[in-house]
Design a protein around this ligand. Structure first.
Ligand SMILES: Cc1cc2nc3c(=O)[nH]c(=O)nc-3n(C[C@H](O)[C@H](O)[C@H](O)COP(=O)(O)OP(=O)(O)OC[C@H]3O[C@@H](n4cnc5c(N)ncnc54)[C@H](O)[C@@H]3O)c2cc1C
Ligand code: FES
Length: 296
């Protein structure tokens, strides 16, 4: 495996040998901090070598994280601010993510992007919004709440609903504590079961995301932004319909296997669409072959 310390020179060499603008060239990013959030989910903060390349980054977009000699993985942008740093919340799943967990602060990685179409902020202006996250789906939803709260006066009511399988999987504990204290948003957190003595130190309930949607004050004027495991979508969408929302008011972030991230290789093609290029965020009524894309 190529060590992390070799990355800067490799990237420089690649740039020197390739005068044309290849969309596959990563930019360097230095690992600034690593924050464990649960057993296998860490928050990685990167200092960007070329912040301008990421300055247009919007909530819901993703980057390709590159570890030389290991490979690339798509990871959602998790921070809603573009200040020269970028945060990624990563679950240790396999080769690339596992290798990332072996890095230490000061090491370098490659990042290319941002890619895809994120949440439609312009459509959300002035509207009441419900953000719904299941499990690791909290990563892009976190970038969205940061973005919205930084421009709080531009939006109506904000409701955040976050569910997880068991209590130890609660991510962004400290940040959620602060959100729960805010008077200008409502936060509902639910775990399906409690495991071990490590109870969340935030206000939470036993139950599912759908139970929280039932409780929440959501009226037919709301728009919804959802990210979570595919199995969740069917039930969440059903509950939102019960609240009076139509498919044109619901945006879903869809996860598929990806390689190129620029609409070339076809790995992410599903339901007549390239998830990497046309998504990963889709308005529900724009998905032509919905049952292929979400379990419904
Ligand atoms: C748009 C998008 C955004 C994502 N955002 C995040 C994020 O913010 N944080 C995060 O931790 N992960 C995220 N993922 C998932 C992440 O890309 C995969 O977990 C990662 O590619 C696994 O790579 P690996 O080399 O570590 O694992 P591998 O060794 O490639 O695979 C390990 C296991 O994960 C499965 N896997 C790989 N890719 C995917 C995928 N896309 N969907 C489902 N299963 C997969 C493999 O089939 C295998 O079973 C995102 C994926 C997409 C498409
Ligand atoms: S990942 Fe290659 S076409 Fe989408």
């Amino acid at each position: 495996m190529v060590t992390a310390s070799a990355i800067p020179q490799m990237v420089i060499n690649m740039h020197n040998h390739t005068p044309c603008q290849s969309p596959f060239l990563p930019n360097q990013a230095k690992l600034r901090s690593i924050t464990p959030m649960s057993q296998d989910n860490y928050l990685f903060e990167f200092l960007l070598d070329k912040p301008e390349e990421f300055s247009s980054c919007m909530p819901g977009q993703f980057v390709q994280l590159w570890l030389p000699g290991v490979g690339e993985s798509p990871i959602s942008v998790c921070s809603g601010r573009t200040d020269g740093t970028l945060e990624l919340c990563v679950r240790k799943a396999g080769r690339v993510t596992g290798a990332l967990f072996n890095l230490t602060e000061g090491d370098w990685v490659g990042l290319r992007g941002p890619y895809g179409i994120g949440f439609p902020i312009d459509d959300y202006l002035g509207k009441d919004i419900v953000l719904i996250a299941g499990g690791l789906g909290i990563a892009p939803i976190r970038s969205l709440w940061q973005y919205l709260l930084d421009r709080r006066e531009d939006f109506g009511k904000i409701v955040l609903i976050y569910g997880m399988r068991h209590s130890q999987q609660l991510l962004f504990r400290q940040e959620l504590k602060l959100l729960l204290r805010r008077s200008d948003m409502r936060v509902y957190i639910a775990a399906e079961e409690v495991i071990g003595p490590d109870l969340p130190t935030v206000s939470w309930q036993l139950g599912r995301v759908t139970d929280m949607i039932k409780q929440a004050e959501i009226d037919p004027g709301f728009v919804a932004a959802i990210c979570g495991p595919p199995v969740m979508y069917k039930y969440v969408v059903e509950e939102l319909k019960q609240k009076g929302l139509s498919p044109s008011q619901i945006w879903l972030s869809i996860e598929r296997h990806m390689k190129c991230a620029v609409g070339k290789c076809g790995h992410c093609f599903v339901g007549g669409t390239f998830t990497c290029r046309d998504g990963p965020v889709f308005r529900m009524d724009s998905l032509r072959f919905l049952p292929e894309v979400i379990e419904c």
